[in-house]
Design a protein around this ligand. Sequence first.
Ligand code: SF4
Length: 356
Amino acid sequence: MNFSDEITNWYNANKRDLPWRNTTDAYTIWLSEIILQQTRVEQGMPYFYRFLERYPNVAAFAAAHEDDILKLWQGLGYYSRGRNMLSTARLVNEQYKGTFPTRYNELIKLKGIGEYTAAAIASFAANEAKAVVDGNVYRVLARYFGISEPINSTKGKKLFQETANSILNMEHAGIHNQAMMELGAIICKPKNPACGICPVNTGCYAFLNNAATQLPVKLKTVKVRERYLNYFLITDGDKILMKKRGMGDIWANMYDMPLIETSEMLTPHEVLQLSEAIEYFGTDAEILEVSGPVKHMLTHQRLKVNFIKIDSKKIKLQQEWFYIEVENLKKIAMPQIIFIFLTNIFTFKNNFPFSN
Ligand code: SF4
């Protein structure tokens, strides 16, 4: 048996029963693939069901308001995925009359769909002979073939794609791709791969050379950026001051509170003395309560977040600021750290949950 037959037989006997595997509907597959990018299956599953129930087809998705998509996406991170999906759904609804394309060359033109996702949808929905290469596949290929070229180098990406293409089962591309990904997900795991029960261990370079922990190789290129965010909690009766975020930064078009970002960690008193703070809140703002700094990690950013409750008689409302009833907070999409903070304060009546 060749490599593809080995993994396909193993897959048929051992695969997890995941809902998006029981369909060839390209829309449903697209939904699952985007939700599962950078996301564990257990975390993504409830989102997949929620989205499919609320938007059972492209037309329903295309008619959604961006705020509703972001709200439903809340907690999943990488929010640009949700916004890109909305653009794509609208385009598909118009240009393809609501029928999601299934050919690689058409899929690759759509927003938010890269080489991996296009190959996945094309092969799962239409059995098109396109090999997928995602994190799981990189790992299996690097270990099985003993490839030490970094997976995130230009040369490495090309080499891994060529290797994946060379072993693809051209007649059964969909199931072959599923099998490769499943093998990486549940057998050839990043730590402690289950080599003893792996269907391809007899030909595996890493198994035979005890090299699984050294492969795959990845270059460390991205520097983590430190950011200092000072949020202001300002209430007026049963209302709270919020703002809508703009584009071009994290959490685009979501809702948070008035914010002053600083280039270093300052005390709340120092923040209130900044000209930006004086412009917003005047010179007599009184600090009522403080919590933080709370550390919050994003992919390439390390946030240190302070929450400062103030009382000010001279708030100058900015264009994107607005008061909203506390009971209506649940209707708007917020970054998870803001959502947790406000939920603790207003639902659990837990004063300043992150206080040191
Ligand atoms: Fe991965 Fe081990 Fe299988 Fe090789 S034998 S492919 S290292 S699980």
